[in-house]
Ligand binder design. Structure first.
Ligand code: HEC
Length: 344
């Protein structure tokens, strides 16, 4: 028995050594980390792996050794001597794994959480609204609304105020690691300090991705993120704060931030709804056999009351009737101007 314990211990030691040594090269597979919080997150992962590995290899070593050493070797099968529980072994096992659990709850658990949320001072507030199926960003301090990308100055602490206009979504930027639910009627906060100049164009992990299944176009619910220098950020703010006096440009931005573009293409392809390419001025056929010319009045009626007719080949009730009701008359005019501009 003593021999067996020594053998199993040697196997455990060898497995642990191999596993612990093969871990660090695997950490090279981590996706881009572009925020201080991401480094904390990755560090926690490494600590948990380093502490968890010996527990895992212990179970594997005992199992492997027992399978080989105590296998049936042919001949007559008979029951072995009865095994009685050992309070000592159980006690030691409980003490060690319990101790490990308490350790990781404190570090990296509570210490990590404190690093994420401890400091409530933010240099910049970004309001985030999720809706089926687009993200809408606003920078209250700069009067910017309806942004379709997130632009952040490097090394500044950013507070995201996250909510939803319809169903549950989840705000996730892989390069920052953090994730926060977007809940209708509630504002959740998340703090991030971007620490690398990078953008979605360089690395696709710098994107907002919905991480809570929210309907048929859930996977397409993403938006680019850009981390820039303070000077570039100021320039972007300046450019964005000048409200465009072109209704078509305003309409194009609205169609993205409101999520129309998730269902309506502008290149003739059919996504969830009909394309807007050459819609204006065309003769639209309905499921009930009637047709109607797509003029301004028709577009207005449809945006305000999507169920008044069902376009042939599509289903009723897909386009959210709540959308139009939340818009101002100017916004509806902008959207119509934009749809008009898509007819040649
Ligand atoms: C969830 C998907 C979805 C979203 C979001 C959506 N629509 Fe639609 N839309 C549809 C579908 C499906 C139809 C056709 C079915 C029907 O008749 O109800 C449609 C039809 C329309 C039509 C009728 C004319 C036609 O042939 O295309 C207009 C105009 C329109 N949508 C405008 C908008 C605007 C403006 C927005 C954004 C404020 C928007 N839609 C958002 C799915 C959507």
């Amino acid at each position: 028995m003593r021999r067996d314990i020594i053998n199993a211990a040697i196997l455990w030691f060898a497995l642990t050594l191999v596993a612990e040594l093969s871990l660090p090269p695997l950490y090279g597979l981590f996706p881009l980390a572009a925020a201080q919080e991401a480094l904390v997150s990755d560090e926690s992962f490494r600590v948990l792996m380093a502490l968890g590995t010996p527990v895992f290899t212990f179970v594997v070593a005992v199992l492997l050794y027992s399978l080989i050493r105590f296998r049936a070797r042919g001949g007559a099968l008979e029951n072995g001597a009865p095994i009685r529980g050992s309070d000592r072994v159980a006690g030691v096992w409980l003490a060690i794994t319990g101790g490990l659990c308490i350790t990781v709850i404190i570090y990296p658990g509570m210490t990590g959480l404190a690093e994420f949320q401890g400091n409530k001072n933010a240099d910049l507030v970004v309001k985030v609204t999720g809706r089926q199926w687009a993200w809408d960003f606003a920078y209250p301090a700069y009067n910017i609304t309806g942004a379709t990308e997130i632009v952040l100055p490097v090394d500044k602490r950013v507070k995201f105020e996250i909510t939803s206009a319809d169903v549950l979504h989840s705000f996730w930027i892989p390069a920052f690691r953090d994730k926060m639910d977007a809940v209708p009627g509630q504002v959740n906060t998340m703090y991030v300090t971007p620490n690398t100049l990078a953008s979605f164009d360089h690395d696709f992990n710098l994107r907002v991705q919905c991480a809570e299944i929210c309907g048929t176009s859930h996977a397409a619910m993403s938006a680019p993120v850009r981390i820039v220098s303070q000077t570039d950020f100021d320039a972007w703010v300046k450019e964005k704060s000048i409200i465009s006096d072109d209704p078509v440009a305003r309409g194009a931005t609205l169609s993205k931030s409101l999520g129309c573009a998730a269902c309506h293409s502008t290149d003739g392809s059919k996504i969830v709804g009909p394309t807007w390419l050459n819609l204006y001025g065309s003769q639209v056929a309905f499921e009930d056999g009637t047709t109607m010319k797509a003029d301004e009045a028709f577009l207005r009626e449809f945006i305000l009351n999507p169920d008044f007719k069902v376009v042939k080949g599509f289903s009723k009730g897909v386009m959210p009737p709540s959308l139009g009701k939340s818009l101002t008359p100017e916004q509806i005019n902008d959207l119509i101007a934009y749809i008009k501009s898509l007819s040649k």
